[in-house]
Design a protein around this ligand. Structure first.
Ligand code: NAD
Length: 260
C-alpha cells in the first residue's frame, strides 16, 4: 500500500472509538506516518490492546461525558504540550421504524453520535486555539452517507449523522480564522465489526448479502476500513491545508448517481 513518508510527523492526534473498525484503521495510518496518537474508547480492554498494537497511547473516554473530555484534553496537553488533530469517530448504529422507536433509544444515538462529536469539537477547538499563531489544527468528524440522505429505519442514525454534517460546517466557518479546519467523512458500507453486527441481524446468508452490496457499488466491492484510514490521514495532514467545511464521501460511488 502507501509508503510511509512522515506525512503527519510531530502531530498529536486523538482518535475516539479507536479500539476497532474505522477508528483503528485511522490509528494505524496516523501512527505509521509519524503522529503521536491517543486512542480514546469506552471499551478499555480493546482500546489498550489496539493502542499497544500500533504504538499509540490509550485513555478511556465515554464521548457523551463532558467531564471526561475535559480530563483527557488536559492530560494530552500536559503530556504532549499540544493537540493538532481530533478524529471524532466513536459512534453507534441503529435501525428502527420511527413508530416503534423509544425516546430513550433515539436520545442514546443522538448522545453518542452527535452530542459526542459536539463535545469533542468544543474541547478540541479550545485546545487548538492555544497552538502558536498560524498552526491551527484539523478536526475530522465521521458522519455517513446516511448523513446525506434518509434511510429506512434511520430516524435516529440519519438524524445524528446529518447533524454531524452541519456541526462540521459550522465549526469550520467559526474557526477558519484560527486555521482550525473541520471536515466530515461520509463512508458508505465498510467492512468493520459494526457492519458485521448489522449483517448478523439480517435474515438469510450474510456472505450473499455482502456480495450483493459489493455488486451494487459502482467500484465493485464493499469498502475497507483502510479506505477511511487513508482519507483521515489526508485530512489530518497538511496536504489538506486548503480543505475545510467539506464533506468527503468515501463510498465507491454508491451515492454519486443512478446506475442507469
Ligand atoms: N462501518 C460502516 O459501514 C460505517 C458507515 C458509515 C459511517 N460509519 C461511522 O464510522 C464510525 C466508526 O464505525 P465502525 O464501523 O468502525 O464502528 P464499530 O462499532 O466497529 O466501532 C466503534 C467504536 O466506537 C466505540 N464507542 C462506541 N460508543 C462509544 C462512546 N460512547 N464513547 C467512546 N467510544 C465509543 C466502540 O467501543 C468501538 O470501539 C461510526 O461513527 C459509524 O457511525 C461506519
Amino acid at each position: 500500500m502507501s509508503k510511509t513518508q512522515g506525512r503527519v510527523e510531530d502531530k498529536v492526534a486523538i482518535v475516539t472509538g479507536g479500539a476497532q473498525g474505522l477508528g483503528e484503521a485511522a490509528v494505524a495510518r496516523l501512527c505509521a506516518e509519524g503522529a503521536s496518537v491517543i486512542v480514546c474508547d469506552a471499551n478499555a480492554t480493546a482500546g489498550e490492546r489496539t493502542a499497544h498494537r500500533h504504538g499509540a497511547s490509550f485513555l478511556p473516554l465515554d464521548v457523551c461525558q463532558e467531564a471526561q473530555w475535559e480530563a483527557i484534553i488536559a492530560q494530552v496537553l500536559a503530556s504532549y504540550g499540544k493537540l493538532d488533530v481530533l478524529v471524532n469517530n466513536a459512534g453507534i448504529f441503529s435501525s428502527c421504524p420511527i413508530d416503534e422507536m423509544t425516546l430513550q433509544a433515539f436520545e442514546r444515538v443522538i448522545a453518542v453520535n452527535l452530542t459526542g462529536s459536539f463535545l469533542g469539537c468544543k474541547h478540541a477547538v479550545r485546545a487548538m486555539k492555544r497552538n502558536p499563531e498560524g498552526v491551527g489544527g484539523s478536526i475530522i468528524n465521521l458522519s455517513s452517507v446516511t448523513g446525506l440522505r434518509g434511510q429506512v429505519g434511520g430516524a435516529a442514525y440519519a438524524s445524528s449523522k446529518g447533524g454531524v454534517r452541519l456541526l462540521t460546517k459550522s465549526v469550520a466557518m467559526e474557526n477558519a480564522r484560527y486555521q482550525i479546519r473541520c471536515n466530515s467523512v461520509h463512508p458508505g458500507i465498510m467492512q468493520t465489526p459494526m457492519f458485521e453486527a448489522i449483517l448478523d441481524k439480517v435474515d438469510g446468508a450474510p456472505d450473499a448479502l455482502r456480495t450483493h452490496i459489493g455488486d451494487q457499488t459502482p467500484l465493485g466491492r464493499v469498502g475497507s476500513a483502510e479506505d477511511i484510514g487513508d482519507m483521515v490521514l489526508f485530512l489530518a495532514s497538511d496536504e489538506s491545508r486548503f480543505v475545510t467545511g467539506a464533506e468527503m464521501v468515501v463510498d465507491g460511488g454508491a451515492t454519486a448517481g443512478l446506475p442507469y
